[in-house]
Ligand binder design. Structure first.
Ligand SMILES: [Zn+2]
Ligand SMILES: [Zn+2]
Ligand SMILES: [Zn+2]
Length: 120
């Protein structure tokens, strides 16, 4: 299994978005930090994972479900739990908003914080 497959399978198996730190701890063999970042960038480029910023500003990575190469469609909401700090994709929740004219949206990042079902 290549490092890329290893990282992708970890992200796909997880119910919540994983941080760089989670990945380092989850991978049994030693992979250089920089290599992990490079692999994550490639997986984002391939439409396999997307980046989520949690309430602490930490980047996490979650599996994509219907993205094509270089064409991520992400208007779903992320939920960031203040107790267990799990970040989950709520794929079916899509807030609608109207942008003023003359603004071009390039990235949408909705993160809602609170207490997840497991911690309630
Ligand atoms: Zn995506
Ligand atoms: Zn929780
Ligand atoms: Zn997501």
């Amino acid at each position: 299994m290549t490092n890329k497959d290893l990282i992708l399978s970890l992200i796909q198996k997880s119910n919540s978005a994983l941080s760089h730190q989670d990945l380092v701890q989850g991978i049994e063999k030693k992979i250089n930090r920089v290599t992990i970042y490079r692999i994550l960038d490639r997986l984002i480029g391939d439409g396999e994972v997307h980046k989520v910023i949690d309430i602490d500003g930490v980047s996490r990575y979650a599996a994509c479900h219907q993205c094509e190469d270089y064409d991520h469609v992400h208007d779903h909401v992320h939920f960031s739990c203040t107790k267990c700090s799990a970040v989950t994709c709520l794929d079916n929740i899509q807030p609608s908003f109207k942008m003023p004219t003359n603004y071009k949206v390039e990235d949408v990042n909705f993160t809602i914080s609170g207490v997840c079902p497991k911690c309630l």
